[in-house]
Design a protein around this ligand. Sequence first.
Ligand code: FES
Length: 78
Amino acid sequence: MGYEGETIAAALHALGIWEYREGLKTGRPRGLFCAIGHCSSCLMNVNGIPNTRICITPLKEGMIVKKQTPKGDLIEKL
Ligand code: FES
């Protein structure tokens, strides 16, 4: 639910969803930090692609956005 063209992060914020993943070392919840694509705090799995920065990724109809497990998805991408 959101407007096509706005960022995925904006749509999630509008829905009250603030936690996007867990920190690698601590497992603590992570959300937006820089909101301009520089910090990687907002990494999520988008359409099966892990480590997508949702603060700069435009929302499109039919997207599947999932919280990712920190280590598993990073290893998968490498
Ligand atoms: S919040 Fe920093 S890259 Fe998305």
